[in-house]
Design a protein around this ligand. Sequence first.
Ligand SMILES: [Zn+2]
Length: 237
Amino acid sequence: MHQDGYSKIIFSFFGPPGSGKGTVAEMCVQGLGFKVLSTGNLFRKHISLGTDFGKLIKDYIDIGKLVPDEFVGNIVLDWLKDAASSGMPIILDGYPRTSGQAEHFFKTFKDFAPDYEFRVIYFIISDEEVIKRLTNRFVCQNKNCQAVYPPFAPAVKKGICDLCGEKIVRRKDDSVEVVKDRLRQYPRYKDDLLSYYKKTDLLVESFDVEGKSIENVFKSFKEDYLNGDSINGIDKE
Ligand SMILES: [Zn+2]
């Protein structure tokens, strides 16, 4: 147990785009002092700093290919080692995303975060609600940053990017068709990852966020998933 009463847990937040997982993760940083990793933000940071890894992933992104699981895994584990030294709970926002990433992570994470337990929180939300949320997003104006925020993100209220401090503006290209297209790709990732967890006997904890305000989602997360031993909505499908 950490001095603040939190257990050493690595949460993997997993769910479709627009489910609010990134915002809840960010609220856990701001309000509870957790450590959060968004691979998207980490990639952008490496690209804008021009690190060796940044150059490598830019090459993959430029040709429209997925960055290999092992490259992503190594950069995540490097980050994890530092985060785990704090003793605070850790959230991996959208990682692992594929069974390959999950396999790489499980093989090695204990070397980097020895006392930590791993839990998967699976955000469940309908396509209709995702479409409603994602056609109304905001983006950082800084060309080297371009962080994206849902309409309810705290950063949008402030009008300032959490990562670089530049202004945030409404995004133009999130048409319903673009969002639907992104949603069409999601079941493939989802099924692949869920079947991997099933195979390895890892419990996946379902979290129904449909129709809930982001404040309520944050509250439920704290009450039902963070504190105590009782876990709601366990789902081993
Ligand atoms: Zn920014």
